[in-house]
Write a protein that binds this ligand. Structure first.
Ligand code: SF4
Length: 220
């Protein structure tokens, strides 16, 4: 924790912040009187009101681009892929890495095509690059006598570093492999597709309807 928030850190003595059980989301409209007493907007005012980070680069530019991204000038909503293209153009990013799961290769190649058509320079890299067998890093295999390639997020990221990707887009990487990719990539990483093998990569279904919701078919 930054030194300047030290006194507020001391206030969080146990449990969690009010957001856990809040029913008003009052900070959204700045309605102080509707915020729960444990709302961090009230309990950690110095920290939550501190906008100094946004006054410096690169956050200043990112915040401005993010603000313009959801809508066109005609106030029409953009899809997430359209947002990605707009964001790249707005920030002047050209070389866009695509770190994809082998099960979503067609979708990743379709994304590359869309980025190319938009004048960008996509660099897709598959998760199984290197063709390294599970046994080489001591992982168990369902069929020990057969070859099975591990996901290789370090090589995936290093290839994108070598290609000098300015932004990396994740398409369906496994949980854990995505974290390794993020910490190995030199460029910032954004997620376009989150892997969810049960809900066809829509994890929000489990959050809206519960974990026992009927599975949805799709790629693994
Ligand atoms: S920040 Fe405050 S008002 Fe917003 S959800 Fe959390 S507790 Fe509620």
């Amino acid at each position: 924790m930054t030194e300047k928030y030290k006194t507020e850190t001391a206030k969080k003595v146990s449990g969690t912040y009010g957001c856990l059980y809040c029913r008003t989301a009052a900070s959204f409209k700045g309605e102080t009187n509707r915020m729960p007493k444990t709302c961090p907007t009230l309990t950690h005012e110095t920290l939550t009101k501190d906008i100094s980070a946004y006054e410096q680069e690169p956050l200043r530019t990112i915040m401005q681009a993010a603000d313009k991204t959801p809508f066109t000038l005609e106030h029409v909503l953009r899809s997430r892929v359209e947002e990605l293209i707009f964001y790249c153009h707005d920030l002047g990013l050209k070389k866009i890495g695509i770190a994809f799961c082998v099960t979503l290769m067609t979708e990743a190649q379709n994304l590359a095509k869309l980025l190319s058509e938009a004048g960008l320079d996509p660099v897709p890299v598959c998760c199984r690059v290197g063709a390294v067998d599970y046994s080489e890093i001591g992982l168990p295999k369902a069929h020990p006598d057969k070859f099975a390639a591990i996901c290789n997020p370090v090589a995936q990221a290093e290839l994108l570093n070598l290609a000098e990707a300015e932004l990396v887009v994740q398409v369906g990487l496994c949980l854990g492999h995505d974290l390794i990719l993020q910490q190995t990539c030199k460029a910032p990483v954004t997620t376009l597709v989150v892997k969810d093998r049960v809900f066809d990569h829509h994890p929000v279904r489990a959050l809206r309807a519960g974990l026992d919701t009927e599975p949805v078919s799709g790629t693994i």
